[in-house]
Design a protein around this ligand. Sequence first.
Ligand SMILES: [Zn+2]
Length: 367
Amino acid sequence: MLSTSSDSIETQLEQGLLVKHPEFWFADGSLILRAHSTLFRVHVSQLCRKSIFFRDLFSLPQPAVTAREERRLEGCPVLDLHDPPDDVANMVKVIYDGPNFGNNDRQDFAAVSGVLRLSSKYLIDESIRTKAMAHIRTAWPSTLKGWDTREDVARTYEVETGELRGLRYAHPIAIINLAREIGADELLPPAFYELSRYSFMQIFEPSPGDPLDPHTPPSANVSLSYTLTPADMQRLALGKEAAQHAVTALIQNMEHASSEHPSHRRSRSGQHVLAATAGGGRVRATCVTPAACRKDLCELVELATQHYLFDRERGSTDPLYVAEELGQLKSAEFADCVACAHALEAWAARERERLWRAIPDWFRLRR
Ligand SMILES: [Zn+2]
């Protein structure tokens, strides 16, 4: 890959075939890492503090590292790493500076994913992997609450920058492939769900600048993979279909949102009403205008059917979003009936929890 093995590393440096990393070249370093054409001069002692791999490597005599003179530079042995230079730089940075991550945008993900990949490979201190995973999971969470927070951030991003909200976080296929590579299965459900919200055309034929265009932004695609395996392609197709069915079923089941429905007599929704009107004396938990409210609900079902199933608005494959919007219609549709307004809101909240729990099944992600 580089020039002939007879050329010394010094010669290759002089010829510009190799470059010293601008930040991680410590004059008193004791080891040189070579990743493709980038050289890092680091301290064996620092690597050994954080990595079991390096600790084991340097606890044994290493003829392969030190024997040949052309494998040394400035008196240091040279160790070849078959990893992208940017990943190595990010790993070295974490080893020296500790884990300090950014805001989970695409640039940040490129860095954190490099750290995660290499910390698996080089058995880096578990606490670094734990912190990196906790960081990524704020963008790709396992709870509905976490998902809603993530969505709020994306919405704010869209308003503040005028960019599409999908550009706020990393490409979901890159998340899926990282999860596969490092065995972080907990990232899969939110990543598949995010991906399934796009049309197949947006997924497979993205235009330049689209959220699913791997080259957006150009600098963030280093060493990430944007191709699904055939098995994951199948999961996407099955899950996308399931999500569409879920929207249809959700709208059909809206009649259960009525405060007159038996399921509302007991259960948590009653507590919800109590909590919502705390301090206001006795709670009126029953509907005062059943006929009018039934009519309102029917109209709402009509409206939702038209909007989400026929108009094919954005929500057609995003059941969590549809349920959220429907729950928010309470004040508009049931202005005169507190009981039904709260019942609709509570129904939406319950449905969203149920949908969230179903996501791993839609995408066949349970073992
Ligand atoms: Zn009512």
